[in-house]
Each structure stands twice: as C-alpha cells, then as structure tokens.
Design a protein. Structure first.
Lengths: 460, 460
C-alpha cells in the first residue's frame, strides 16, 4: 500500500493497495450503505461508503475495485479515495499496517506490473519520466516510450539478430565446402541495418539528454564584459519561463529558461584573465571546468575594449576549440549600445576570422540582439523537428546498453570477416542480445531492478 | 473543474469536473480501447482509456463517471485520474478551458453540493475542517458535524422553537380572557430546554477552540529563569509531536506540541523586570500582551534567586490575576537540581500562598518534573472525556450565530414575561430562527456563502 497522491492537504487523497488479499481486507474496514461487499464487486467499479475502525468512523470514502489481471499491477487492487487529510491517511494506513499490509517501496507498484508481465522495463521507466515531464518534448518522448515504441523497436532488432545469427552459422557451415552462399547479400544487409538502427538510437541520446536534462550553457569571458548582466537579461525576458533548480554539484544554483520547449541551464562563470592572485586562479580554473562541461559556450567580449583584448581573446577561443572541437562556441560582442559605428564595423571585420561558430552583437544592458541570440540557441538544439514517431533514448542505462550492444556486434562482424569459428561468433551475438535484453528487462539482474525502481516516487 | 489532489509530483493526480455537460465533453477527449462512450456509462463506474488532443496522446487515464444526483455536487460529474505530472494536468485543463470549462473557485464543489441540497452548511463546513484535522479530537468533532450531528440538533431546536411560538401565541390570546392556560408548564419547560441547549452549544465553543486551534501557552518570567530551556525541553520530549507553524501575527513562529491529542502552542516571551532601558521596555510590553492573550501562563521563577526575587514575583502574579482572573497561571520553580533541600522546603512553604493556580517544581535543564507539568497541562484541557456524541462548536461563525440566537430568545422571554403583544414577541422568535437558520444555511445571504467557501481549498 502507498498514498498515490502528493503529500499535503487537498480535496482528496488516494491510498493504493495491491495484492491477492486486499479486497477482502478492505471489506473489514469498509461499510457500504446497502451492506454490499467489495468481494462481490466487479472490477472497474466505484463504491461509496464508510471506513469504520470498530465503531469509530474514520472517513466517508469512494473505493475503486480492480480485479487481477485487469489492474495496474496485474494483481487484485483497491484504491481508496479519502478526504485529503494527512491525519486520515495516517489512520487508515495504520489500520492496514496492523493487519500485515506493508508500505510499498518507491516504484513497487510499477515493479510488480513489470514482474507480472504487464509491461517491459522501457515502459516501466517511461512511467517515471512521464510523471516528471515538464516540457512538451519530455512528455512526447516519455509517452512514446510508455506506449511501447522503443520496446517494439527492440523486439524488431532482436528478430533481425536471430535471423543474422542463423545466416552467419549457415554461411560458416558452407564456407568449408567452398560454396558461394546465396544469401550473402541478405546477411550483409541485415548486419548493416542492425548497426544503423543501434547507432541511430545511440545518437538520439544526445538529443534525448537535451530533452530530459536541458542544455547546459556556460557564460564565459574576461572580467566586466557583462556576463551577469546577460544572464539577468536572459532571465527577465518576458517570454522566458524562469525556474531555479539546485545544481547537481556543490549546491550551486543554475538558472533554467525554457525557450520554445527547450530547457537551457545557464551557468555563470568567474571572469577569465591572466593573474598571479592565488585565489583568483582557483576561480578561473573552476570556470574552465564549467566551460568544458557545458554543451555550448557563450563567450563575451567588451566592444569598448576590443583593441586592448582582441589578441588574448583570439588565443583563448583557439585554445578552447583545440580542446573542445565539437562544442559550439558563440562569440558575443557586448555593449554595442555604447560603441560608434566605425568601431562596430572594425569589430565585425576582425571578429569574422575568430574561431567561433557564430558571432553575435548584443547589448545585454539595453536588451539589444537578445532575441537573435535566443533564436540561435533554439535553432541549434531544436528537437521538435525530429520525427515524432522515432524513439529518442533519454535514459543513460539504455544508452550504455546500446553502446555495449554495438561493441559486441562490431566484434561479431570482425570475427565473421576473419572467418573465426561459429562458437566464437555466437558468443558475441549472444552478448548483443543480452545487452538489448537488459533494456527491456528480459535479462536483468535483481539488483539492477532495485536500482531502477528506487528512483520512482512512492505510490507508483 | 479543479485538481482534487495536492499540487506537486505524485503517482496520480485527479482532475474533478462537475456540470450538466462534462460527461459528453470528456467523451471528445477520451477514447476507450473498445470505443465505448462515457455518455453511455452508468454512474459509479471506472473507465480506462486515452486522452487525445487531436492526434496527440496526452495520457493514459482512468475516468470515474457519476450521474446526477448521485455525485458529490449533485450534478453529473467526472473524475479523471492522470499520471501525476503537473505538465499533463496543465495540458488537460487547457483543453477543457478552451471548451468553456471554468476552473472552480475554492470550495465551489462543496458550495454546489450545498446549493443542490446535498448537504447543509454545517456539513459543508465540516468538510473543510475534516481535511485540515491533524489530531484525533479535531477529526472526531469534524466527523460528527459532517455526519449531520450538529444539523440534527439545530433541526430539533427549530421544532421546539416553532412549538414555543405557538404556545406563546395561545397563552397571549387567552391572557385577555383571564383564563389560566393548561400548557403553561409545557411552555416554561420548552423555553428552559431551548435556552439550555443553546447555552451548552455556546459553552462548547471554548472546548472547540482548544480542539481546533490548540491551547496558547505563554512562558513568562524574569530574565534568566530558564524560559527558553523549558521550551526546548518540552519540544524535545520523545513523546511530544513537534511541529513548527507560522504564527498568525507578525510572522512569529510558534512551537506546537501535541500531548495526548491536545495541541499546545508555546509562546516564548522576553524576560520581565523593572528597567529604564527604552528598547527593553517595549519588549516587556510585548511580553505582557502575549501573556494576556494566552489561554494559560507558565510563570518561571529561579529557585536559586528565590529570596532576592520572591517579593517582586508575588506582586507580578497578583497583578496578573487581578487583570486575568479566569486565566490559569502555573508557577514553575525552576533549577531545583541545583537547590539544596532546605531551600526547596522554604520555597515550598512560601510559594504555597502565591496567587497561582498550581505550583510545580522542575529542572528544565535536567528534565525533572516535566512529565508532571505535561500531565497538569493535559488535565486542564482534556477534551476526550467529553461525550463523544455531543456537538462541539468549533466555528466562530456558528458561535456568533448562537450568541445572537440566545440574545433574541432572552428578549422574547422578557417580552413575554412583560405581557407584550404577540407581534413583538413573534419578531424576537423569528430572529432566533433566523440566527439558527444562518448556521445551517437555510437563511444565508450570498456574500456570506462566498466568504464561507472561500476558506476551502481548491478542488473541494
């Protein structure tokens, strides 16, 4: 048993119970006005009545009855709709507890649904993602997975792998007899197809990560180039939805903006410059670490100090690009409101050759060029262009399993090309199946299951 | 429509809709796997299916269907059990909103239940009390009221009043003819009975207030007598349930302990002594205000400084008792762990004549005598000895209406005794009925209704 509704005071609170004995047990507490028993009730029916602990009236309630296997968990189940008072919930749970009903562990109802064959692991994990979805893209991806989109794709891969194994074995059996086997082209096509599909799933993780966790954007630059002003301007734009979430490390606060359905996590950094000051050096090292971890960097330059700073700027951008060739870098020329046209023209000319992916001119203070900056950010991480029917991998567990599957598949391919024995190739192909099976839960160690469902909320 | 579950992320969230068109409208969003329509469903049934906004899948849900008049509001009603994601709730509410469904005001469902004759006001108000109940006594009183206990009592009073009116009119009609009317004794008995019952209800309010709001206990005394130590000791007792609630005034925090089902709100005060310091004087004035507002005062004295402080102490206690003769005052002799037996004997002798309701010896630091103090507190405010079937008035609105009813009844009695005309007495008796009718909602102005239901939570 577990409360299925959030903690706190509300109009109603729902207590969910699942197990072979829960309907009979609820009858001991529940009295319908007509004296009917829940034990006699059909599934998917609602019953109004009182909960009475001996003579004491605990609440007037609605009870939903579900019959195995037609329930969320696949077991007999009861949901009691109580008045939304924490006191009543506590009293009712105490009553059941005294009769041997145990509080459910986080995610235990969904885990039982999985163990009872109601859903595979990808669907079970999608339940948690769906509940946590805050944007349209998160909702869409979780819903696709909940509906079995990913599961069907994995089943399809599995079928292809079984066929591939058969073809490889046939090919190798005949190889010794020097017969050119007719289905060679089918084998090659299958292998390519499987690899392509697994690779596409792996690649989708970078998009999935953006959808699930947002895009980490570091704001970098020399001191006093306007980094904090830019951050504030971005946060104060009317169309931006601003939230503050605790950072994952060291209790830092990151500012999150949702632009056109994409979450951007902005990370301010300490100003970067040459210094002999020990404390400042530590701050700058930390800035570099944040910059390297970000998905995209906004590097600010001060238009009014262009000549003075441009050489160091060029060097720093080049260093960054050498270390992080795949990480997008936007150069933002700030304070354009105070620069005259001749200076801007000069900067435009000289910045064109800077090693940055885009150069944008802004005034953080006067909110000039901010809309263009936001468009550039959205354009680079747009996800809703993606095929709505395609699976996007958002779960790091799935990502690792897919990488392992691809690795084993590549080894099988190499072993096959090298003409190694069927036994050796079979081991590799079995590994591929095993890794895919881990994703759906067909082959999943118990401790992994515990770990997966521990991340759920209570009552699901 | 309104969410019926608390805000936040949980396993499920329930959206409640009520009105003549909601079942048909939900059919436009809902698709059952078998293509069945909710419009064809019986009341008290559950339906599994999808919510689809056009082609977009919003969620997989359970829908409860209720048919007028067999629903909470008395109207057709639907409850949709969604996955507990704020995003999904928002999307679904937006869908209904675009089709003219309005978010419910706080308490609107219960207000409709009242307006549709499903419950009177005392029961409607009990719903809000029940949801907020945190102790057994609060729960018991709210449940009694929800079950119509108070309502039946008021109906009974009403019947007696109607009979009384008839008897008074008869008596007055015959008075002019100098006939001794036979039912005079019946009239007197009725009048006494009604008065007694209304008085009992009014008196129960002081107990009801304790049940609903807890007992405000001020901790007073000279500086350094151990007031804060006592508070901490009380809060740290294992058996005490400690909660922190924001005070009703000036954002002060009061510490609440529930002892044997009774809530005590402890209020620490600044030390009281003679002083010329302006700022300290203000603090002491504030202490006096808190002490005067409390239901009970714990006045601490330092055993080790007894001789030095006893005269001022006696004077202060006497002053307090003069100003607040009905307010219980406990004198606590603190620091007894450091006092020798001779000193304690002396204090025992001298404190016996102090103007305090109880004298208790404690060591706040060493937790001596604390259990006895708690027992003394509980004994004075015990409520569970009260007849479990009796109505306890907890609502200040009911309290005022009862006081007004008693006032009008007294006026009717006096007018009758003075032999005034039937018309005049009828006005007074109609006032009594009017005041009682306000409690049940039979006679209630619209703006009062708004005010009552505004205190409800959303979704109820």
């Amino acid at each position: 048993m577990a409360p299925a509704t959030p903690q706190g005071t509300g109009a109603i609170a729902v207590l969910r119970l699942s197990g072979p004995d829960v309907i009979r047990l609820t009858d001991e507490l529940f009295r319908s006005p007509a004296g009917k028993l829940l034990t006699d009730a059909k599934g998917y029916t609602l019953h109004y009545g009182e909960l009475r602990d001996g003579e004491e009236l605990l609440d007037e309630v609605l009870v939903s009855v579900f019959r195995a296997p037609h329930s969320y968990t696949g077991e007999d189940a009861v949901e009691i709709s109580l008045h939304g008072s924490p006191y009543i919930m506590q009293r009712v749970m105490e009553w059941f507890s005294a009769r041997g009903v145990r509080p459910a562990r986080p995610g235990e109802f969904t885990m039982r649904a999985f163990l009872n064959g109601k859903m595979d692991l990808t669907r079970a994990e999608a339940v948690a993602d769906l509940i946590e979805a805050e944007t349209e893209a998160q909702h869409r991806v979780a819903m696709h997975q909940l509906r079995g989109g990913f599961y069907r794709q994995l089943q399809d891969l599995r079928r292809q792998l079984v066929e591939l194994t058969a073809l490889m074995e046939l090919e190798l059996d005949f190889a010794e007899e020097d017969v050119e086997f007719a289905d060679r082209s089918r084998l090659t096509a299958l292998l390519r197809n499987i690899k392509t599909e697994i690779k596409r799933l792996i690649d989708s993780f970078s998009q999935g990560n953006v959808i699930k966790h947002g895009v980490a954007v570091a704001i970098a630059g020399a001191p006093n180039t306007g980094k904090s002003t830019l951050l504030n301007t971005l946060l104060n734009e009317e169309k931006a939805i601003v939230t503050h979430i605790p950072g994952t490390t060291r209790d830092t606060i990151e500012d999150v903006i949702t632009l056109q359905g994409i979450r951007f996590r902005f990370i301010d950094t300490a100003g970067i410059r040459q210094t002999d000051d020990h404390v400042e050096k530590i701050g700058i090292q930390r800035s570099f670490r944040k910059i390297n971890e970000a998905r995209l960097v906004l590097w600010l330059a001060d238009a009014l100090r262009w000549d003075e700073q441009k050489d160091e700027l060029r060097q720093r951008l080049a260093d960054f690009k050498t270390r992080n060739p795949d990480q997008p870098l936007f150069l933002l020329i700030n304070k354009i409101d105070a620069a005259d046209e001749a200076l801007l023209e000069k900067i435009r000319r000289e910045s064109a050759s800077m090693p940055a992916d885009e150069v944008l001119f802004v005034s953080a203070k006067h909110k000039e060029g901010i809309a263009r900056l936001e468009e550039a950010l959205v354009r680079r991480f747009r996800t809703d262009d993606a095929d709505a029917g395609a699976t996007v991998v958002t779960n790091i567990r799935h990502y690792h399993a897919l990488r392992n599957a691809l690795q084993s598949l590549t080894e099988a391919e190499e072993a096959f090309a090298a003409g190694l024995s069927t036994d050796l190739i079979a081991v590799d192909l079995r590994d591929v199946l095993q890794h895919l099976g881990e994703i759906t839960g067909e082959i999943t160690p118990d401790d992994l299951l515990e770990h997966i469902f521990n991340n759920f909320c209570i009552g699901k």
